[in-house]
Design a protein around this ligand. Structure first.
Ligand code: F6R
Length: 611
């Protein structure tokens, strides 16, 4: 959730840290801070954004070629200057930035208070800084040993960067559950929670594993585990372009990412569909294909938008591969005692590949012997490393906190998987297999058509910008689109929105409908078209305002609805890939009209690495 960046080298650290924090601000943005390690360690931190930190440090001593920075998403303690990171231990020996949660911090704090330690902040991180210091002073060990000893006693998750005032030439990094990437340059090293702050300096990275500890100086990188076993760093090439992490001509990353969907979907299927469009190849799961083909059940686990993609996957797998599917919130799945069998296939879906609950659910499921697959966007992230096999979505980096292109790429992967599985299990006809593959390749062009109507969608947004509630209705595989549309609206515009299966409306939500209630109905032509037309009539009979997403040329709904947004015709199995796009666009414009910060909505963070 929080963003971490650190630098050890010959250059001035300050601009690298500030730029890095700006790149990472999408991970957390309630406060920010830096520490510059010189003859003395200077710490500047404040509540607010990175630009507030820049103002705060103006005119101050910002020299130093070793430093660390942090942008926070609060867990323990409200956003404030004091609770911002870095935290310095009571005797000034250790400076710490931290992403994650130290679960036994209260116990450790009590022990430290008994030993006359005092605390400035309410954070678990300051407890850790003092805990490391207490070991360092008591046991008279070096900083690295103090850190390792402390971490053996810590319960929880961490991505940590630590500096010791007696060993100013080095920084120590440690990871468990919260990602850390080391960038390797010439006589310089970078550290960050993801590669975005690193790519403009080097493409050589090392992804730290859980319980790794790195001791970094300008000339050396020493990688160990907490038990002090020596490890060999594996240097990889990072696949990320600097242009991808800029907004370009767009006002917000979210809009840029909505517009990237024709390309991101093409990138997702590129190389996986044969040129004659008669076959699919998913190299990442080829080795485990026999197990998937004979699976008795598929369990999909995910959170948020990725969970909605999973629900679309359920329709696809059941329809075309005839395998029973369960779709579970990872956070629920991991805390009950689910029955998982060896012949189950578990598919974890995650844009970031770092979501704590999804990761923990995978670890739990591993014990069952089930085959575990990942559908992830961020290469080298934790989930792909924990799974038996998987398929990358190749959507490119997603920076807007509200997920858009990741969703359509996830649905693209699930579509390809379901079709391939259907083909191998003989549960889909050749005709349908070819038709859907062909239909998938047409989707990018059709999304461009939808995006060309952005101005019309913006006009509709104007009408509903002051709504306080909204309802989203869909049936079948368009019900998850209703859920996703509602999530997009509520997370960036703060309008309360609910997604419902259209037929369920009569079992409660219909009571909410009055002349002020916008009801978004996803009503493209499919086998339940007649039924959804009836649902629209039911809403209109109660004076609700209907905004219908319809198939181009639909004259029936045009007469009933207050507004229609047309999408090109496609096979109904592929309709989620088109119908979600106008809902993303309308949420975006409503949020902008309401003056909301769409790329950094309040209380949210991009990558939820705490439980
Ligand atoms: C909503 C959104 C979140 C994420 C969820 C899971 O727009 O982005 O709901 O979908 O936090 O994240 P990943 O996919 O990274 O596991």
């Amino acid at each position: 959730m929080c963003g971490i960046v650190a630098y050890v080298g010959e250059r001035t650290a300050y601009p690298i840290l500030i730029k890095g924090l700006q790149r990472l601000e999408y991970r957390g943005y309630d406060s920010a801070g830096i520490a510059l390690i010189n003859n003395e360690t200077k710490v500047y931190k404040c509540k607010g954004k990175v630009r507030d930190l820049e103002n705060h440090s103006k005119g101050q001593d910002i020299n130093g070629s070793i430093g660390m920075g942090h942008t926070r998403w609060a867990t323990h303690g409200e956003p404030s200057d004091i609770n911002a990171h870095p935290h310095v231990s009571m005797n000034g020996k250790f400076t710490v930035i931290h992403n994650g949660i130290i679960e036994n911090y209260a116990h450790l704090k009590k022990e430290l208070i008994n030993r006359n330690y005092t605390f400035q902040s309410e954070t678990d991180t300051e407890v850790l800084a003092n805990f490391i210091e207490s070991i360092y002073l008591d046991k008279k060990v070096d900083a690295e040993m103090a850190v390792r000893l402390a971490l053996t006693k810590v319960i929880g998750a961490y991505g940590l960067v630590i500096s010791c005032s007696d060993e100013k030439e080095k920084i120590i990094a440690a990871r468990k559950g919260s990602p850390l990437v080391i960038g390797v340059g010439d006589n310089e090293y970078f550290l960050a929670s993801d590669a975005t702050p690193i790519v403009e300096y080097t493409d050589k990275v090392i992804y730290m594993n859980d319980e790794d500890v790195a001791i970094i100086t300008r000339q050396s990188l020493d990688l160990k585990n907490i038990q002090n076993d020596q490890l060999t760093p594996i240097i990889q090439k990072v696949e990320l372009n600097i242009e991808e992490i800029d907004k370009g001509d767009f006002e917000h990353f979210m809009l840029k990412e909505i517009y990237e969907q024709p390309n991101s979907i093409s990138d997702t299927f590129r190389g996986r569909i044969s040129i004659d469009k008669t076959n699919l190849f998913l190299g990442g799961i080829a080795d485990v294909m026999p197990k998937i083909v004979s699976a008795r059940r598929i369990i999909i686990i995910a959170c948020g938008t990725s969970w909605h993609a999973g629900l679309v996957g359920e329709y696809l797998f059941e329809e075309y591969a005839r395998i029973p599917v369960e779709v579970e919130y990872a956070s629920e799945f991991r805390y009950r005692n689910p029955v998982i069998n060896e012949d189950d296939v578990l598919i974890a879906i995650s844009q970031s590949g770092e979501t704590a609950d999804t990761l923990a659910a995978i670890k739990m499921a591993k014990e069952s012997g089930a085959t575990i697959l990942g559908i992830c966007n961020v290469a080298g992230s934790s989930i792909p490393r924990e799974t038996d096999a998987g398929v990358y979505t190749h959507a490119g980096i997603e920076i807007g906190v509200a997920s858009t292109k990741a969703f359509t790429s996830q649905v693209t992967v699930l579509t390809m998987m379901a079709l391939l599985l259907g083909k191998k299990r003989n549960t889909i006809s050749d005709e349908m297999y070819y038709r859907l593959i062909d239909g998938l390749t047409e989707i990018p062009k059709k999304i461009n058509d939808i995006l060309s109507t952005e101005e019309d969608i913006k006009e509709i947004a104007k009408t509903y910008q002051n709504a306080t509630n909204a309802l989203y209705l869909g049936r079948g595989n368009l019900f998850p689109v209703a859920l996703e549309g509602a999530l997009k609206l509520k997370e960036i515009s703060y309008i309360h929105a609910e997604g419902y299966p259209a037929a369920e409306m009569k079992h409660g939500p219909i009571a909410l409908i009055d002349e002020n209630m916008p009801v978004f109905v996803i009503a493209t032509k499919d086998k339940s078209y007649e039924k959804i037309v009836s649902n629209i009539q039911e809403v209109k009979a109660r004076e609700g305002k209907v905004i219908a997403i319809v198939t181009k040329g639909d004259e029936v709904i045009k007469k009933l609805a207050d507004h229609v947004i047309e999408v090109p015709d496609t096979h109904e199995a592929l309709a989620p890939l088109l119908t979600i796009v106008p809902l993303q666009v309308i949420s975006y414009h409503i949020a902008v009209m309401r003056g909301c910060n769409v790329d950094q909505p309040r209380n949210l963070a991009k990558s939820v690495t705490v439980e």
